[in-house]
Design a binder for this molecule. Structure first.
Ligand SMILES: Cc1cc2nc3c(=O)[nH]c(=O)nc-3n(C[C@H](O)[C@H](O)[C@H](O)COP(=O)(O)OP(=O)(O)OC[C@H]3O[C@@H](n4cnc5c(N)ncnc54)[C@H](O)[C@@H]3O)c2cc1C
Length: 366
């Protein structure tokens, strides 16, 4: 079987990994594989969905607070996405969907452990995630409403009361990306696809054919397939700085997430609704990181997009006889990357027909 994967981010790379292991010959089309996914902090939250629940009551207020603090900005507004958002606002996904999300968390967790046992060349470690929030009790109350029922406790971190989320892990997205690129065993076409169809992708006006095409292009799925995925842009710095005691997210002030790794400290932030080339807001992330860590020397900066659907749940489905799409993991693309790659590979191989994550949930059926 020849599989063509459009998009070599974490989801496309895991898809390639599973397809190669099943004997498929894989081509990845991407102008710069791994670069966007590399921007992420690398926090793995296998049993908690809170951060992706952008359609719950109260979330728009949280986003307005982020805007007011200068931790986000809006430069692109997609009316189609907004219409879908209004449609699913305050709507709870059915129980079966949450069961599938739980299963995705279990699968991904086991896969990361397995990959780390094979060779831990990507700084995988299981440890608590600390969240610094304005109101610890309110946050704890919200976590109790998380359909995945995460384990947490109220703890002390950096002299403050914090939520310690206990079923978390971390990895270096920079190192994991390099490992996945080598393990995917794929031919890479360094270009953007202009269009996709049943069994083909168009690059530079020419068709690249496959027995199956998987669109794992993150926010690129909006242009390629018209899907409601918004570009929530963020910035990831690799820093040389004094490592903190553990990984944490400062939701109370800077909005910056900090992950200490073996060779550097990763600091990420912002939730900009933006697809422009202007990366000037990255300076605010760096300033936030310096406020939290003291002085820091920048190794490099990667810019990424969280592909967020209106309900924060992914879209994984067959979009044609020989066309599969897997996107929309929003803030949890690394957390659920293995499971989404496995889903997409199974759909491509014909091992699975249906998934609970269909795009039709966003549309009114006439
Ligand atoms: C600052 C930041 C911090 C984050 N922190 C975390 C975290 O701690 N934990 C976590 O689980 N998640 C985190 N995320 C979210 C995670 O990074 C995303 O969910 C994940 O990258 C989505 O993976 P993806 O493969 O679907 O999309 P992407 O990573 O965006 O990859 C899509 C790929 O498709 C390519 N592409 C797009 N259009 C085309 C086209 N037309 N033709 C060819 N190629 C195309 C792009 O070049 C890109 O390489 C973070 C994100 C950001 C931005």
């Amino acid at each position: 079987m020849r599989a063509v994967i459009v998009g070599g981010g974490v989801v496309g790379l895991f898809t390639a990994y599973y397809l190669s292991r099943e004997g498929a010959s894989v081509t990845i089309i991407d102008p710069n594989p791994g670069e966007r996914s590399r921007a992420a902090a690398g926090i793995l939250e296998f049993t908690r969905f809170k951060i992706n629940r952008i359609n719950v009551v109260g979330y728009p207020t949280s986003y307005l607070k982020m805007l007011a603090r200068g931790n986000a900005r809006i430069r692109r507004f997609d009316l189609k996405w907004l219409a879908a958002y209004i449609r699913v606002y305050a709507r709870e996904a059915p129980k079966e969907v949450w069961e599938s999300v739980k299963e995705m968390g279990r699968f991904s967790w086991a896969e990361y452990r397995r990959l780390a046992e094979e060779k831990n060349d990507f700084d995988y470690a299981e440890e608590p995630l600390y969240e610094l929030v304005e109101d610890v009790e309110a946050e704890a109350e919200e976590l109790r409403r998380d359909p995945l029922q995460p384990k947490f406790e109220i703890a002390e971190f950096a002299g403050r009361r914090a939520i310690a989320y206990l079923e978390a892990a971390k990895l270096s997205t920079d190192l994991a990306t390099a490992r996945l690129i080598s393990e995917a065993r794929a031919e890479v076409v360094k270009a953007s696809a202009e269009a996709v169809g049943d069994g083909y992708a168009v690059v530079g006006g020419k068709r690249i054919e496959g027995d199956v095409v998987v669109v794992a292009a993150g926010v690129g799925a909006a242009d390629l397939l018209g899907l409601p995925v918004a570009p929530f842009k963020g910035y990831g710095f690799r820093l040389r700085a004094k490592a903190p005691r553990g990984m944490f997210i400062d939701l109370a002030d800077t909005g910056v997430a900090v992950v200490p790794l073996s060779q550097w400290v990763k600091a990420t932030g912002r939730f900009d609704l933006d697809s422009s080339r202007d990366d000037s807001p990255a300076a605010r992330v760096l300033a936030g990181a310096e406020k939290l860590l003291g002085s820091a020397e920048v190794i490099d900066l990667a810019v990424g997009y969280r592909p967020c659907t209106p309900d924060g749940l992914p879209i994984v489905e067959k979009a044609g006889e020989r066309l599969v799409v897997a996107t929309g993991a929003c803030r949890l693309g690394w957390t659920f990357g293995p499971a989404l790659g496995r889903y997409a590979a199974d759909l491509a191989l014909g091992k699975r027909g249906e998934t609970p994550f269909k795009s039709s949930r966003f549309y009114v059926v006439l």
